[in-house]
Design a protein around this ligand. Structure first.
Ligand code: SAH
Ligand code: SF4
Ligand code: F3S
Length: 473
């Protein structure tokens, strides 16, 4: 078979990362091999995101860059998939006249046929059909090209929550959960190929299976826990309104579940939360945080905030500032509100000015940076199991005069904090570090986005390290 090359550009959330893997696997069956060199490509696909206007612009600016390439290589096939494709459909052809394919978020299964049709007939195709009960893109029986120690696995798609600012329910369709047996099979297969950590993905994982009458999300977590080779389980995202006691208790009882929850609060003002259609109050959120910390004192909690939602007053923004000060999140993603097509908030009046949104964002991020640093600082002196991922980006700063310092490693705590470290002075005591191995690290320094530590002789394990220490030796 002649080698054909696929250049795949993924923009957006982790779900798109998973979908891109599914795309690559299906196109591999047609003989497409992935390349990171755009000029080599016979097929270029961009998997897009439309959560905020900026993400959408990113997709169009990449598509614009393809004009020159298409001129040089008229046989090149170009396609756009994902959430912008779903939202815009045929309209994209008007904007990007040399585009061959627009395929929506539920068309991944049909992609090989669509590409084959374009290859043979040189036609243009739009496939943005969306179904209330979509067939899942199931390709788990094909082993992924390269084994990795950490991966995302989508357990559900779509969203039924209809937060008033959000485009997801319109571009991803109705919430649909994958059958637990299929999820377990996929993770089992991946773990046989070297997977040590899995992140279960969904827009609202804690309502997993409810609609279909499958097992609960907490039950699924226990089934995943029983996959022997797997060391760690993470998940994202949870909606505060659906975070039940069962799931909170799992942080204590499921020994492979990491001590981290991403629990987007969006705002600290009850009036704004109501207008966002979030279906919880600040008080309920605080109650969930208290329960989480009671159950699992070490848990790290991160969140999302939108600043400048239509009608958000200075006083309401101050309530958000107060909330982050009260909760002391371990980390925060903050976004300036952006009008989205179909989302009801786009029609709300009293829009906040761009300048005000910028000022609020900066104010929020400055405060959070201090809190994150303080949280990280409190970890200095602790010995923590770190799942080694690979070499850190700063590996060139390694000291070649000290062989153990020649490469800098990076990994994460159970609480999802990045820790960088060198191989130990005496690997005979601490063990050789390899990706996917749990190593004990004593935290020496704290920064705002990462920690620095030193490997510890596992024989000197301090008492009190529970759960993961059994894997650390
Ligand atoms: N399903 C997840 C979030 C998915 S989108 C949840 O419910 O929490 C990720 C984040 O993008 C959201 O939490 C929100 O903070 C932000 N976001 C979504 N729509 C937005 C918009 N129109 N403008 C600005 N930020 C937005
Ligand atoms: Fe969007 Fe809300 Fe659904 Fe999250 S829960 S994807 S913010 S509609
Ligand atoms: Fe973006 Fe679609 Fe994900 S809009 S955030 S890629 S679900």
């Amino acid at each position: 078979m002649v080698n054909k090359y696929l250049y795949l550009n993924t923009i957006g959330c982790q779900m798109n990362v998973y979908d891109s893997e599914q795309i690559a696997m299906r196109l591999a069956r047609l003989g497409y091999q992935q390349t990171s060199a755009l000029e080599m490509a016979d097929l270029v696909i961009v998997n897009t995101c439309t959560i905020r206007a900026k993400a959408e612009q990113k997709a169009f600016s990449f598509l614009g860059r393809l004009a020159r390439l298409k001129k040089k290589k008229p046989g090149l096939i170009t396609g756009v998939g994902g959430c912008v494709a779903q939202q815009e459909g045929e309209k994209i052809f008007k904007r990007i006249p040399y585009l061959d394919l627009v395929f929506g978020t539920q068309a991944i299964n049909r992609l090989p046929e669509l590409i084959q049709k374009i290859e043979t007939k040189r036609c243009r195709i739009v496939d943005i059909a969306i179904d209330d009960k979509p067939e899942f893109a199931e390709a788990h029986s094909i082993v992924r090209q390269n084994s990795q120690m950490s991966r995302f696995v989508t357990i559900m798609r779509g969203c039924d929550n209809f937060c008033s600012y959000c485009v997801v329910p319109y571009v991803r369709g109705r919430e649909t959960s994958r059958h637990p047996d299929v999820v377990i099979n996929e993770i089992q297969e991946l773990s046989q190929a070297g997977l040590k950590e899995v992140t279960l993905l969904g827009q609202n994982v804690n309502s997993y299976g409810k609609k279909e009458g499958l097992c609960s999300f907490t039950e699924l977590l226990f089934r995943v826990r029983n996959i022997e080779q797997l060391l760690r389980i993470r998940f994202t995202t949870s909606h505060p309104k659906d975070l039940d006691d069962d799931l909170i208790n799992a942080f204590r009882t499921n020994d492979k579940l990491c001590n981290h929850i991403h629990l987007p609060v969006q705002s600290g003002s009850n009036r704004v939360l109501k207008r966002m259609n979030r279906k919880y109050s600040k008080e309920l959120y605080l109650d969930k945080v208290a329960k989480l910390r009671d159950t699992c004192p070490d848990i790290a909690i991160t969140s999302d905030i939108i600043v400048g939602f239509p009608g958000e007053s200075n006083a309401e923004f101050d309530e958000t500032l107060d909330l982050i000060q009260t909760i002391e999140f371990d980390g925060l993603f903050a976004f300036m509100y952006s009008d989205r097509p179909n989302a009801p908030a786009a029609k709300f009046d009293q829009k906040v000015s761009e300048q005000q949104k910028k000022d609020r964002l900066q104010n929020l991020l400055e405060r959070q940076e201090k809190l994150t640093r303080m949280k990280n600082q409190a970890l200095v002196g602790n010995i923590m199991p770190i799942l080694a991922e690979g070499f850190s980006k700063k590996q060139s700063s390694g000291n070649l005069n000290h062989p153990h310092q020649a490469v800098q490693w990076t990994g994460r705590t159970s609480t999802n904090k990045i820790v960088n470290f060198y191989q130990a002075d005496s690997p005979e005591n601490c063990g050789e570090i390899t990706p996917g191995k749990l190593v004990l690290i004593k935290i020496e320094k704290a920064y705002s986005h990462s920690l620095w530590g030193e490997p510890v002789d596992s024989k000197s394990l301090v008492e009190g390290l529970k759960g993961e220490e059994s894997y650390a030796a």
